[in-house]
Design a protein. Structure first.
Length: 431
């Protein structure tokens, strides 16, 4: 559901906001990696784009799943922005062009809110993108690439994302096997951060499990893998310990939580090995998660007391239920985003009135100063203060009302102007 909040005719007042980019749904990884701006080069890219006359403000959000430019332009020119990206990244327009989307004006605002809230992510409701957007904005702000408009946009973007997290259950349930495994562990252990973790394997799934565990405060992580070097590379990123699979029987009893995901065609853990580990642990419970297909842990292990064994099939059922739950929450999130998009656009359109408001105030200040000087001269001449004050008030009211009164007298049958004046001066509706 993407309602049109403002008609096209209103978009001339959008300060020429533009969100432009490509993501996982529009471009394959071979294109995304060519367009990506690494974090260490982000500042240079922002300084480069800010030098162009067609850009007033800019921010770049670049992750493995998306590269997006958020800009304020003096005159709308999406193609100039694409040309810049092609030149900066040494890309050909015909290579990247078919994958690029353009969101002008109100659509740019709504897109920013949806991205930060996880509604535009590969995994619906995932929270990582919010942190990535905050980091991207921080760099843009420090670089001096942002200004009044983008500063306000990103500040409100983060506020909207927080409200979506608070007021809906968009991120309350697990939608990946790695996260689901960690969520189940939290149900079994009162304080998961105090548990010893043994991870078998060193692939992407195991790495993701390790990341989720570290997010929960787990510090004792051992990684076991057939190739010790791969285990060491993974363990190093989490201050963990690496061991070879041959050491597994001697270390198994230390594990409160064990997660396995390898490419082995035969089980790595049998019932006998787990029985021995339980005896050494004096039957302190063990939580085992087998994410491998074919399975790494023999099915019979689940028959043992004090063992909680889950397979990838068990988690998949939980995940599907949670995906359905997130879809329902996303509908509520869209309503929140619609409301805040309207609020931002009202603020943005209100900026058009700022120069006029300043001129009105300057004119009023000038009139006030002139009449004040006259009043002071009369007081110095010895005139009655009461009469001087009364004359000052009459003169101010007459001069303040002079210009609008003349305009309305000339308006004759211009009912729109008359109605606008009544709203402007907070008068009762004309019957």
């Amino acid at each position: 559901m993407q309602p049109v909040l403002y008609a096209d005719s209103d978009r001339a007042d959008d300060m020429h906001l533009l969100a432009l980019g490509l993501n996982y749904s529009t471009a394959p990884v071979r294109i995304r990696e060519k367009a990506a701006v690494t974090m260490e080069h982000l500042g240079d890219a922002l300084r480069d784009i800010s030098r162009h006359r067609f850009i007033s403000e800019a921010a770049i959000v670049s992750t493995c799943n998306r590269t997006e430019l958020y800009c304020r332009q003096e005159t709308p020119d999406a193609e100039a922005l694409i040309d810049w990206l092609c030149r900066y990244q040494d890309l050909k327009i015909d290579v990247i062009g078919p994958y690029v989307y353009r969101h002008p004006g109100v659509d740019a605002v709504r897109h920013a809110f949806r991205v930060a809230s996880g509604l535009d992510s590969m995994v619906l409701g995932e929270p990582q993108i919010l942190g990535q957007m905050k980091e991207a904005f921080s760099i843009a702000h420090k670089t001096g690439a942002t200004g009044k408009i983008l500063n306000r946009l990103f500040q409100q973007t983060f506020s909207v994302a927080k409200q979506v997290r608070t007021d809906t259950s968009i991120g309350a349930s697990a939608v990946s096997v790695a996260y689901a495994a960690v969520s189940l562990a939290k149900r079994i252990f009162t304080d998961v951060s105090q548990q010893n973790v043994l991870l078998i394997g060193a692939g992407d799934t195991v790495e993701l499990v390790a990341r989720h565990l570290r997010d929960q405060g787990v510090n004792k992580i051992v990684v076991a893998n057939r190739t010790l070097e791969r285990a060491q590379r993974l363990a190093q990123g989490f201050d963990g310990e690496a061991i070879s699979l041959s050491e597994l029987p001697n270390r198994l009893s230390e594990a409160d939580i064990l997660v396995s995901s390898t490419a082995s065609t035969l089980p790595i853990l049998g019932k006998g090995a787990v029985e021995q580990a339980l005896k050494a642990r004096k039957h302190k419970p063990m939580f085992l998660v087998d994410l491998a297909v074919p399975r790494d842990i023999e099915e019979q292990v689940g028959e043992l007391n004090d063992v909680y064994l889950y397979t990838v099939d068990d988690l998949t059922e939980v995940i599907q239920e949670n995906i359905d739950s997130r879809k329902a929450a996303a509908e509520e999130a869209e309503k929140i985003i619609d409301l805040h998009t309207e609020q931002f656009m009202r603020w943005l359109k209100g900026l058009d009135a700022v120069p006029t408001i300043l001129e009105i105030r300057e004119q009023i200040d000038e009139i006030s100063e002139q009449e004040l000087q006259k009043a002071r001269r009369r007081l110095r001449a010895g005139d009655d203060p009461e009469q001087v004050l009364a004359q000052l008030v009459r003169a101010l009211s007459q001069k303040y009302a002079h210009a609008p009164s003349n305009a309305l007298n000339r308006a004759e049958a211009d009912h729109a102007l008359i109605e606008a004046a009544r709203r402007l001066f907070n008068l009762a509706e004309d019957e």
